[in-house]
Design a protein around this ligand. Structure first.
Ligand code: GLN
Length: 501
């Protein structure tokens, strides 16, 4: 049998249930991997070693007693540090929440716990999920296991790097504009942003509430499906969660979608696209054709990317996102004032306003402050109509394009990110270039539909390449089956990076 840490979450779960491996052995194998590699990768904010071993022991006792087991019994996982856990800390990688202990479990935490998952660690991220490289973490940047001098992507960089490097079997991330899919692409793993409302957001620390969604990262499409199975579903405590039945994603995963129509997004397949990434999309087209799918060309005019005479990129979707997301963030982050929540300045101050502003000035990082200012400006009197209201109209146009596209096809195909993992420090001086990292992912959040990034092999520089598949709202079952069809057809999954257990 291969090393425990090389097994997929699904295979590990089955081996534990069949008593071939104990949950304790699995937890210990992962804790050992963390001890060895975490100093290089910095994927985690907190490792929950003692609790993980207790949880694993509990799973082993249940197995010995012949009790019914949950879908993830004994599988060691990591969760992004903006998802509340009643154990350990929930910091959002922000100094303002460095000591915060959540008083309750997020709904997804509860569901994972009930399914028997073993919580190994809270994963590093860009502060409050604002970023595309994990360099905005208030604590430390995470390194990419394919090349330690490169970023793992972000904001769920810790979750993606850890899953890829075998520091956990699978992980949860959150995706507001691409934060699950882009790091998954950079680290050579699969990552799904479920459609808005599919997974409860209760206990996910809010960034842009109308865009945020929790989703799984795994080394294969099947592992992503397994994780989604556990976390999906209506939650009466989240008024934006959708009251719709959750299909059995795993049961039919290997059945190809009969007559699958794959829409190649015209606007994303331009000559300006990085040639290796374009080739990956072309390879996906061929793989789908070989698997029996029909390829149709579709247009998403309001998600198009414009290039000016100097070669600078721009897009309605990115512009719209940075109004909507920052507007929501400016309101959501008002609660961190050193009184209700978080860091309070140690300076002696005489009035409440100074107390708030000092505490926030000390606690928030630069990017978070930039976004609070952008969002407050966009919502301010006199600018609300010009910016925020206009952005909402653009958002509707983007959504309408997707509705039309899904009349012609079952899933859409395009790139996940405009490039492979970039060097640490390459974009920190210019936030606008960093914002363009999400040029292919952001419209998916604005439209509320589902998207998955799946690996497609390695570039000439030995860095992961990926493609993105999009599915209509609540059509994750079809999307996952199409992704599985693709994965089988190109024969790439469970890629193993040079820095891994
Ligand atoms: N990179 C985007 C941002 O910085 C998206 C982040 C996310 O999806 N959380 O906002």
């Amino acid at each position: 049998m291969s090393a425990i840490t090389d097994l997929s979450a699904l295979a590990l779960r089955d081996a534990i249930a069949a008593k071939k491996i104990s949950a304790t052995e699995a937890a210990k194998a992962y804790l050992h991997a963390i001890e060895t590699l975490e100093p290089k990768l910095c994927a985690f904010n907190e490792v929950l070693a003692d609790r993980a071993l207790l949880q694993a022991d509990d799973v082993d006792r249940r197995i010995a007693a012949g009790e019914a087991l949950g879908l993830l019994a004994g599988v060691p996982i990591a969760i992004k540090d903006n998802i509340c856990t009643s154990f350990g800390h929930t910091t959002c990688s922000s100094k303002i929440l460095a000591n915060f202990q959540a008083p309750y479990d997020a709904t997804v935490t509860q569901k994972l716990q009930q399914a028997g998952a073993v919580f190994l660690a809270k994963a590093n991220m860009d502060e409050f999920a604002m970023g595309s490289s994990t360099e905005n973490s208030g604590f430390k940047p995470t390194h990419n296991p394919w090349d330690l001098s490169r970023v793992p992507g972000g904001s769920s960089g810790g979750s993606a790097a850890a899953t890829s490097a075998r520091l956990c079997a699978a992980a949860l991330g959150s995706d507001t504009g691409g934060s699950i899919r882009q790091p998954a692409a950079f680290c050579g793993v699969a990552g799904l942003k479920p459609s808005y409302g599919r997974v409860s957001r209760l206990g996910l620390v809010a960034y842009g509430s109308s865009l945020d969604q929790i989703g799984p990262i795994g080394r294969s499409v099947a592992d992503v499906a397994l994780m989604l199975q556990v976390i999906a579903g209506y939650d009466p405590k989240d008024s934006t969660s959708v009251n719709a039945p959750v299909p059995d994603y795993l049961a039919k995963l290997d059945e190809p979608v009969a007559g699958l129509r794959v829409g190649l997004v015209k606007e994303f397949h331009s000559q300006s696209l990085n040639p290796e990434i374009r080739a990956a999309v072309d390879k996906a087209v061929e793989a789908f054709r070989t698997a029996g799918a029909t390829i149709v060309e579709v247009s998403l005019p309001h998600s198009r990317i414009d290039i000016d005479a100097e070669g600078k990129l721009s897009s309605f979707a990115v512009a719209c996102y940075y109004i909507v997301a920052t507007a929501e963030a400016s309101s959501n982050l008002a609660r961190y004032d050193g009184v209700h929540y978080g860091h309070r300045t140690a300076e002696r101050v005489n009035d409440i306003v100074t107390l708030y502003s000092r505490s926030r000035a000390e606690g928030f990082g630069e990017e978070v402050k930039r976004r609070i200012m952008l969002g407050s400006y966009a919502l301010s009197s006199g600018y609300y109509d010009a910016y925020y209201l206009k952005a909402l109209k653009v958002r509707r146009l983007i959504r309408n394009d997707f509705d039309a596209a899904f009349k012609q096809c079952d899933v859409l195909l395009g790139p996940t990110a405009p490039e492979t993992a970039f060097k640490i420090g390459a974009k920190t001086a210019d936030p606008l270039t960093m914002y363009l990292s999400d040029i292919y992912t952001i419209s998916v959040n604005l439209a509320g539909i589902a998207g998955i990034s799946v690996p497609s092999g390695l570039s000439t520089q030995k860095l992961p390449l990926a493609v993105q598949l999009l599915g209509d709202s609540l059509a994750e079952d079809k999307l996952l089956r199409a992704a599985r069809m693709y994965e089988k057809a190109i024969g790439v999954s469970e890629l193993k990076p040079p820095v891994s257990a």
